[in-house]
Design a protein around this ligand. Structure first.
Ligand SMILES: [Zn+2]
Length: 300
């Protein structure tokens, strides 16, 4: 790994820690119907949270997990969510800069491989600035998708809901970001495929929902549109593998619960987290699994 790649991954990991801090607020306030604009305060003594008490992970350690004013315990969940978001962002960025897909840095000119290289490339800016911008904007869409999926999984597990505002905000951010990536030089066909996939997965889930209303919620249908948009950008293989992986993983989990006597056929198991994990499996491994499957068909 080059110095430049490592630098990009570390910076995006730190961005993930900060976003994780915000996701803590989203996961708590959105289901409770509390405004995101309100300043943070201690849930016990209402003391305002000062900026130095809001540094991801470090503040919690410095305060030894207690409110600075009243001494009430602050759940370890907060630094854990921040750490998890930081790790997810770093992994997502690492995957992004080391593999090839639409809008990615498959073009060796797209990301400078070292600081010295970056300087050399600056002299011929035209040749790298467009692919880097296209890749960076598409990476932003992917990170938005990861952050949304992470917070939705937490909310669905805790409340069995997928708040529509969060899904809509992600659709309104990811769609235009992918279009902007194309305007900057990524393949427009990837965007067309993303929109088609959004419609296909939305309609498929809407049909499932109509046929078996108890099986999933309207939130799952809306989330399917977002997953279709992101996976379609990556390709047909990621879309198909990602959609099926959700049902395979969710099914295995449900059967495991039933075998353990912790659920019956009637127990409602949140499906959103499996849709999201399935989508990540599809994005990362979908092309390879798709090729492998097709090779089986052609050999046979
Ligand atoms: Zn307090």
């Amino acid at each position: 790994m080059s110095a430049m790649t490592a630098y990009v991954i570390v910076v995006i990991g730190i961005l993930g820690l900060l976003i994780g801090s915000f996701l803590n607020v989203v996961a708590y306030r959105v289901p409770a119907g509390i405004s995101l604009m309100r300043p943070s305060q201690c849930s016990s003594c209402d003391a305002p949270v000062r900026p130095w008490q809001n540094v991801p992970v470090l503040s919690w350690i410095a305060l030894r997990g207690r409110c600075a004013w009243c001494g009430e315990r602050i759940s370890a969940r907060y630094p854990l969510v921040e750490l998890a978001a930081g790790a997810l962002f770093a992994l997502a960025a690492w995957w992004w800069v080391t593999s090839s897909r639409p809008g990615s840095s498959a073009d060796p000119m797209a990301l400078p491989t070292s600081l010295a290289d970056a300087w050399t490339q600056l002299s011929g800016a035209d040749s790298w600035i467009a692919p880097t911008a296209a890749s960076g904007v598409a990476l932003l869409a992917w990170l938005w998708f990861i952050a949304t999926g992470f917070v939705l999984a937490i909310i669905d597990i805790e409340t069995r809901r997928l708040p529509r505002g969060i899904v809509r905000t992600a659709l309104v951010a990811v769609g235009p970001l992918l279009a902007l990536s194309c305007a900057l030089g990524a393949d427009w066909w990837a965007f067309v495929r993303a929109v088609l996939s959004m419609l296909v997965l939305y309609i498929a889930y809407a049909l499932l929902w109509l046929v078996k209303p108890g099986g999933m919620g309207g939130g799952d249908v809306r989330l399917a549109a977002l997953i279709g948009l992101m996976l379609g950008w990556f390709g047909w293989g990621p879309l198909i593998v990602g959609a099926f992986a959700a049902f395979v993983l969710g099914g295995v989990y449900g059967i495991t619960l039933m075998l353990g006597g912790r659920a019956t056929r009637r127990t409602a198991v949140p499906f959103g987290p499996w849709m999201i994990v399935g989508a990540v499996v599809g994005a990362v491994a979908g092309s390879r699994i798709g090729e492998w499957y097709l090779s089986l068909l052609t050999v046979g």
